[in-house]
Design a protein around this ligand. Structure first.
Ligand SMILES: Nc1ncnc2c1ncn2[C@@H]1O[C@H](COP(=O)(O)OP(=O)(O)O)[C@@H](O)[C@H]1O
Ligand SMILES: [Mg+2]
Length: 266
């Protein structure tokens, strides 16, 4: 096991009512070393909150977030994050953007440059090292963001709908690249998506969350080899099962459910 949420609840202050909004309620989840875990669920079920807890951007209201057995107290390079929007510095070159994440390491500039170039080669963008982000397509920008995160040599890669804003064709291409990267590097990946097909294409495990309050509904271990054929009988029936459970949640069809709950006081 590399990371663990142990009975984690997360309560946010609801800006409108001032009451507590329970984003996660008593979530326990172990992340195994080297797995490609896909976290799925409808919008608002707490996927990003879960990832932000793993990243150390948020702290649990109750329970523990552990990484290698120790409580997470904030962000760290050992847990690299890739967001949906790449947020690159537009005035810097692609290479400088990747090197920027290495500034705190104390390495000499030449060493940092070499490491950054190596990561750009990994994502197939070394020939664009001196281009500006605005000259790149959305998919290429996201590859730079991935290179920037990989340059920090994280042990765990946390990706929050990383390809969610890209067109379908580019998304599939980047899915394949993410998979090859994982197969080569064997880093632990936690990948958030609301796209069931994407999760089934990639994950060694798919965890379904449900909302109001956010919790883990079910999980599936997928031992099918890659590339996966989603039209195979096994994958079709698995897909039906996941989609069925997702639709069983009243929120999936827009029906209102009480979202304002208060955790019982200790
Ligand atoms: N910083 C915050 N302040 C208040 N409410 C939040 C905050 N972040 C998330 N929430 C609420 O927590 C719930 C879960 O959000 P989120 O984790 O972003 O869901 P998902 O990523 O699955 O769409 C939602 O109801 C959302 O509005
Ligand atoms: Mg989200």
């Amino acid at each position: 096991m590399i990371a663990e949420l142990r009975n984690v609840s997360k309560v946010f202050a609801d800006p409108r009512s001032g009451r507590g909004l329970v984003a996660l309620n008593d979530v326990s989840l172990s992340i195994e070393e080297g797995e490609f875990l896909c976290l799925v669920g409808s919008s608002g079920c707490g996927k990003s909150t879960t990832l932000n807890l793993m990243a150390g951007f948020e702290a649990p209201s109750r329970g523990q977030m552990l990484f290698r057995g120790e409580e997470v107290s904030g962000p760290s390079p050992e847990r690299g994050v890739v967001f949906q929007e790449p947020s690159l510095f537009p005035w810097m070159s692609v290479l400088q953007n990747v090197m920027f994440s290495l500034q705190d390491g104390g390495a000499r500039k030449a060493v940092r440059e070499e490491r950054a170039m190596e990561q750009l080669r990994l994502v197939g963008l070394d020939s664009f090292a001196h281009a500006r982000p605005n000259d790149l397509s959305g998919g290429m920008k996201q590859r730079v963001a991935i290179a920037r995160t990989l340059a920090m040599e994280p042990e765990m890669l946390l990706m929050d709908e990383p390809f969610g804003s890209l067109d379908e064709q580019t998304r599939r291409k980047l899915d394949n690249e993410a998979l090859s990267l994982w197969q080569r590097e064997r880093k632990t990946v936690v990948f958030v998506t609301h796209n069931i097909d994407e999760a089934l294409t990639l994950g060694t495990r798919v965890v379904l969350m449900s909302p109001s309050p956010g919790r883990i509904e079910r999980e599936w271990h997928i031992d099918e080899a890659w590339p996966r054929d989603l039209s195979s009988p096994r994958m079709v029936s698995l897909r039906q099962e996941v989609v069925g459970m997702l639709q069983a949640c009243p929120c999936a069809n827009g029906a209102p459910r009480p979202s304002l709950l208060t955790l019982e006081e200790d």
